[in-house]
Design a binder for this molecule. Sequence first.
Ligand code: TSX
Ligand code: MN
Length: 613
Amino acid sequence: MQSTRSGATGGDESERTTSSARLLAWVDQVAALTQPDSIVWCDGSLAEHDGLTRQLVAEGKLIRLNPEWRPNSFLARTDPRDVARVEDRTFICSTDPDDAGPTNNWSEPAAMRAELDRVFEGSMRGRTMYVVPFSMGPLGGSISQLGVQLTDSAYVVVSMQAMTRMGRAALELIEAGAEWVPAVHSVGMPLLEHDGARTDDVVWPCNDTKYIVHFPETREIFSYGSGYGGNSLLAKKAFALRIASVMARDEGWLAEHMLLIRITSPEGNAYHVAAAFPSACGKTNLAMMRPTLPGWHVETIGDDIAWLRPGPDGRLWAINPENGFFGVAPGTGITTNPTAVETLWGNTIFTNVALRDDGDVWWEGLTDTPPAHLIDWRGEDWTPESGRPAAHPNSRFTVAAAQCPQIADDWDAPEGVPLDAIVFGGRRATNVPLVTQAASWAQGVFMGATIASEQTAAAEGPVGELRRDPFAMLPFCGYNMADYWSHWLKMGEKLGANAPAMFRVNWFRKDEDGSYLWPGFGENSRVLAWMVARLEGTADAMSTPVGQVPVDGALETDGLEMSEHQLDALFAVDPESWLAECDLTEEYFEQFGARVPAALHAELASLRYHLTH
Ligand code: TSX
Ligand code: MN
């Protein structure tokens, strides 16, 4: 299959190929296997976006929203069996299973390659294969990386336009000789049978068999059977976290599941903070937070992924490698996250949210009162009496980051921003104080390695059960989690005195009655302000066995209606329950055997000592 054209529909139909021999050979090889009808080289232009969205609307795969309320915006409804990432179908295919580790699914590389050859054979018959070159991070930036995704989904192409720097400029860097990561994606529903009979397409093609496969040693990605963004936008979790974490281990940097913000004090001092939280902790809300403390400002740089690399000055520099937000819609509302709501004014692809009668969208939590009638995410009539959610709990918005009203001016600076603090968080009703500072890098790594969250939805396991999610990287680390901890420790040694400060936060502590002790949201600026004061050396901290907490009066609580008792409860450290947690941590570490770095065993021993002395 040599015939290639650029411009998806209606645009420039001229032949297009590439001077990159490796790219051309790979495209030909994948086309020979998957047998698409045609190949389109994507250029990332507005015309291409227009042509593809028009085509998707004509095919019934996107619904154009009322442009009066939501210009150039669309709704996609997935197959109900294709609504989330498939962790049990996600594989790390290293040569040695111990390099994938006990928290990843492993499959022997040659056997997996044979299986992929089997499922991808003819998988694009009757469809178009799009060649999607992209940059993660600003084009040509010192921390950026390139990739190319092949996909038979036009929905993926238009989503990649929002989520990455996609198109001609990325291809030109590849043609100039830059390294790039190949990623192959098929929804797994060919439109031509082997006997040549044509089958009708469906609104959301996918396959019951799914594979999300990574070869960390050769830095390759394959995704089969799903069109859902978390499985199909391979630049994001598959590349920017799983493959990039391996590249980072080998090259001395960090690929992290972290938001990235700049916080500026009333005096005008600016600091950069990266923060890792498990899902359902409001990461995007913190990334777009509006401080309640007068004179403080937060600017958004990223809401999901940060790449951190030591710079020429010896400090840690950070970029958001993404170009957009692929955020959970439910719970994103005018009170919880007005900035996100404003970001979504137009040019947004919504997936599995509800459709209003006036052609706009709605989801649980957008407004306090639901509309009287909706079409739900499955396309069925819905009223507030229906007794089921109108939007799928994992419904999403896909939008360019540049549309965020508080995006930092220099959010796409090629060299990134110098990092001042790293924050770890989790959803904990008990035990974990509102904020603690690590006294050392090793204690900070221990805090990251022991992140846990209580489950909020029955789908994730027993509600209230502690789910461990070290560095919020459990499903995203492309190698052995214990080796990843060692890599973090090594990075700390390298950074020395230039290392960012480390903190742990918990917005979710509850009192005996089950009420949240901390107001959260914009009031979290009080916690950030204490961190800044620690960086500036103007606030004191008090040692506890679990880290350093603010001394009395150091955390600004003026204007909060909090009693002394509530404040004490927010910071209480109960040795007995912490010792029980230490036992769980020891058990958790045991599964990694001898690969657990000695420094983490030492941190655990030190914690137990301080809890009992
Ligand atoms: O995102 C959240 N943040 C971070 C905001 C910057 N959420 C939502 C989590 C679900 C995705 C929070 N929920 C936060 C928080 O800080 N805190 C809480 C818990 C909470 C919920 C409601 C209230 C107080 C705390 N108060 C009232 O509803 C009035
Ligand atoms: Mn995420």
